[in-house]
Write a protein that binds this ligand. Structure first.
Ligand code: NDP
Length: 270
């Protein structure tokens, strides 16, 4: 049977096996998808072992996305721009790497009828998650994409990669003095109880607040947005299922339906 894995550390919390098993049932594909805990320094061995044992592909999560990128023989353009890979495909020509987080996010926003064209987008954070979605967001032709990060130099580094695009970087403080239609939290400040240094005024002007983080209860960012009357308040569960659907399509050449799996997962979370 064709084997797939999600590699990460930690990995016990991963919803990917649940998601992909449901996709396989739905599309009548016979696959085995499991999570695998990988110790630091063992990522390459884990991939080689999978390839030697009927492995057809893998998902990669923290902290191995950059290591996966370095291991690939071929990369999609979006993976090159992100500098990270979340989807591996084992082919006769070697290992192909792609990143599907951006599509997962954009498709989830579409599902919620959030228009990206000509919008002013604020992306909070400049880590792996932010890097992975910039290209997909720019493809939707927003009026502007502003990346605000605690360490501004990291946001500036991302901006440098996209010449002649409507993208800029700033501090949280500077972002507070502007207004945006869509605010996306791609920092790891999620369920930890910490709050982001963004003002109520900034949130109130937005039509949509999206948090890549998801959990049983909304993050403080989303709770605050809701209290302040933001129209669309969305967590990252749909992005998670959406990026998985794109990986599944890359591997099996069939696009699963996201909605039933998302509904099941939402019930499970509650
Ligand atoms: P990284 O560790 O690469 O980046 C963390 C980011 O958060 C950096 O921009 C960092 O800023 C910022 N940050 C951390 N602590 C603070 C703080 N106290 N105040 C302000 N900014 C802070 O993480 P990732 O980018 O990989 O992941 C970010 C989040 O996105 C995670 O929670 C992850 O679970 C989620 N995610 C969700 C996905 C989904 O499918 N829903 C997909 C991918 C990720 P600085 O640079 O200054 O350190």
């Amino acid at each position: 049977m064709d084997q797939y894995r999600v590699f990460g550390n930690p990995i016990a919390q991963s919803k990917s096996p649940f998601i992909h098993q449901h996709f396989a049932q739905q599309t009548e594909q016979v696959i085995n998808y499991q999570s695998e805990l990988v110790e630091a320094g063992s990522f390459v061995d884990a991939v080689k072992n999978l390839i030697a044992n009927h492995g057809r592909g893998a998902n990669v999560t923290a902290p191995f996305k950059e290591e996966a990128f370095a291991l690939c023989d071929h990369l999609s353009l979006r993976a090159k721009l992100a500098g990270a890979v979340n989807t591996l495909v084992f082919t006769d020509q070697g290992i192909y790497g792609d990143t599907t987080d951006g599509l997962g996010l954009v498709n989830d926003l579409r599902r919620h009828q959030v228009g990206l064209k000509n919008s002013r987008i604020l992306l909070l954070g400049a880590g792996g998650a932010a890097k992975g979605v910039v290209q997909a967001l720019l493809e939707q032709q927003p009026l502007s994409l502003t990346i605000a990060n605690r360490t501004v130099s990291k946001a500036l580094q991302i901006v440098k990669q996209y010449e002649n695009m409507p993208i800029n970087a700033c501090s949280f403080e500077e972002a507070n003095n502007q207004s945006f239609d869509i605010i996306i939290n791609a920092t790891s400040v999620g369920l930890s109880g910490n709050s982001l240094p963004i003002s109520d005024e900034l949130l109130m002007q937005a039509m949509t607040c999206y948090d890549m983080v998801y959990g049983k209860t909304p993050t403080l960012f989303l709770q605050k947005a809701k209290q302040l009357g933001v129209r669309n308040v969305i967590d990252g569960l749909g992005m998670l299922v959406g990026q998985a659907a794109e990986s599944f399509n890359i591997w099996r050449n069939v696009m699963p339906n996201v909605t039933p799996v998302l509904n099941k997962l939402r019930m499970e979370l509650k």
